[in-house]
Design a protein around this ligand. Structure first.
Ligand code: AMP
Length: 417
């Protein structure tokens, strides 16, 4: 349902594009003198592991191959650093980097790929000193040290001592101000971003700077706060914003509908009302016309489709309904650029995944630039086997969201000269 009818457009030519401009100021890996050097590469190998410690999705590793291959051709000694999971400053055996080491050896059968048992200390310094050109050394999980997340300068300095040049290719961690993503940079004169970061930020930047029109943003998921930042930044720029998922219920509430026991964020009601009342921004905002409701998410006994005017006091809204899917598809059919972040329902349960699957399937069909902004939307696209049909599937949920919010990513910001 269209819930506002903007009448006139304001001039958005003066938008704050400082996050894009900051990115452009930084050095790309090919601008750096890396030949024969020791290069510390921050990657994001926070891969999913099954209970036997087997990596179930290796894409995060595969995505860094362009950077690693480039550095190998440049005769570099590569020192890789990545976190894995949340060990909270302690050694957690199941979060050691060994499965990743094994996978790297498979990706580079002709190259010596070593691993050390820590990321700082004597053993590491000694191993780095013995590393030869065209060899790779994987450091142990830096989050075994609490200093990593605290962005401790002494810890960062120890990491920096291991190399001559720093390359950031950890897009999914670029929104974190940690020692290995942020603090370490101040100790390097020569630093820049790798091929993965460049690909991610090129797509996101061009989608904001020169959108192909009509430009539609689809937002879903549960956390209203995160997504409101995106609305704030893209309102007036996007032609349409489609709202689904748990966040839609706070919008429905703001419009005066009963939402039963659905998720809501009352602290954001006023801000939402302000967006809906403002008729000058020129963006059409669509919220669900019908929804799927149930009595209980885990073991539902009752599931039904209802118009949003008929959500009962005990109903929990868990997906968008078929009428809403039709309306969203109509808007998508006429779009030339779509950015999607957040599922349309509790898609982890197949019964509540129809709306999310329908969006993924429709995006795969349309003739438009389609950018999937990380996290659960990417999981949904992958589950449907449609990742290859999208223009760009981001590796970073939080990072892409923050970039779309207009924020400067600390990991990129720190690459200053
Ligand atoms: P977010 O991190 O904000 O993008 O939220 C993602 C989560 O939102 C997923 O785990 C979904 O299960 C959840 N979600 C989507 N729709 C709903 C809903 N109607 N009610 C509760 N949770 C939802």
């Amino acid at each position: 349902m269209l819930i506002n009818n903007p009448t006139k457009k304001v001039d958005y030519a003066v938008r704050d594009l400082s996050n894009i401009l900051k990115f452009r100021e930084k050095k790309f890996i090919t601008d750096l003198d890396v030949f024969n050097k020791r290069v510390l590469v921050r990657v994001d190998y926070n891969v999913p592991l099954d209970k036997n410690g087997i990596i179930t999705d290796t894409r995060r590793i595969a995505n860094t191959l362009p950077t690693l291959n480039y550095l190998l051709k440049q005769n570099c000694r590569i020192i890789l650093i990545s976190h894995l999971g949340r060990p909270n400053g302690k050694i957690v055996e199941s979060l050691r980097m060994d499965p990743i080491h094994k996978k790297l050896k498979e990706f580079f059968p002709e190259t010596n790929v070593y691993k050390v048992e820590d990321c700082i200390g004597k053993e590491v310094v000694s191993k780095v000193s013995k590393l030869k050109n065209k060899e790779i050394l994987l450091l142990e999980n830096p989050r075994f040290h609490k200093e990593e997340k605290e962005n401790d300068p002494e810890f960062a300095a120890k990491l920096a001592k291991l190399a001559d040049v720093y390359v950031d290719d950890a897009f999914a961690t670029a929104h974190r101000k940690h020692a290995s993503t942020y603090g370490v940079c101040s100790f390097f004169k020569d630093k820049g971003y790798g091929f993965l970061v460049e690909k991610e930020l090129k797509f996101l930047s061009s989608s904001i700077e020169k959108p192909q029109r009509p430009f539609t943003v689809i937002l879903g998921g549960k956390k209203v706060k995160d997504k409101l930042g995106v609305i704030k930044n893209l309102i007036g720029l996007a032609d349409n914003i489609l709202i689904g998922g748990g966040m839609a219920y706070t919008f429905l509430l703001a419009k005066g509908y009963q939402i039963g026991k659905s998720v809501k964020d009352l602290s954001k009601l006023k801000e939402i009302r302000d967006y809906l009342r403002d008729e000058t921004h020129g963006t059409r905002i669509f919220i669900p016309k019908d929804v799927l409701v149930c009595d209980e998410i885990e073991n539902p006994k009752k599931i039904k489709i209802v118009p949003v005017t008929e959500i009962g006091e005990n109903d929990i809204g868990v997906d968008i309904g078929p009428e809403t899917i039709k309306i969203f598809n109509r808007i998508l059919a006429e779009s030339k650029q779509v950015v999607w972040n957040g599922p349309m329902g509790v898609f982890e349960f197949e019964k509540f995944a129809s709306g999310t699957n329908a969006v993924a399937e429709y995006l795969a069909e349309i003739d438009a630039m389609t950018i999937i902004g990380g996290g659960d939307s990417v999981a949904a696209v992958n589950k449907c086997g449609l990742a290859d049909k999208m223009t760009h599937v981001s590796t970073g949920g939080g990072a892409s969201l923050e970039f779309l919010e207009g924020k400067v990513l600390p990991g990129v910001d720190a690459l200053d000269d």
